[in-house]
Write a protein that binds this ligand. Structure first.
Ligand SMILES: [Zn+2]
Length: 68
């Protein structure tokens, strides 16, 4: 799955969008696009991937009596 993520150019601070594919962290070479008003410099975008989980109750589970 390819996702787009915004990163700030370390030279001029402009927002640059990079595409990242997969679930693992990776580094991409990005160019601050001159045609888009950027500074035309290349930089490394280190993309990190994180995952979170939240818990929610299932109906009937709270009423269950533990055996043992
Ligand atoms: Zn720039």
């Amino acid at each position: 799955m390819t996702r787009k993520i915004d990163v700030k150019c370390p030279y001029c601070g402009r927002k640059v969008t990079v595409e990242h594919d997969g679930l693992y962290a990776d580094a991409h070479i990005a160019t601050c696009d001159f045609m888009d008003g950027g500074c035309d410099r290349m930089f490394v975008a280190d993309v990190k991937v994180s995952m979170t989980a939240t818990a929610r109750k299932i109906e009937g589970e709270a009423e269950k009596v533990a055996e043992g």
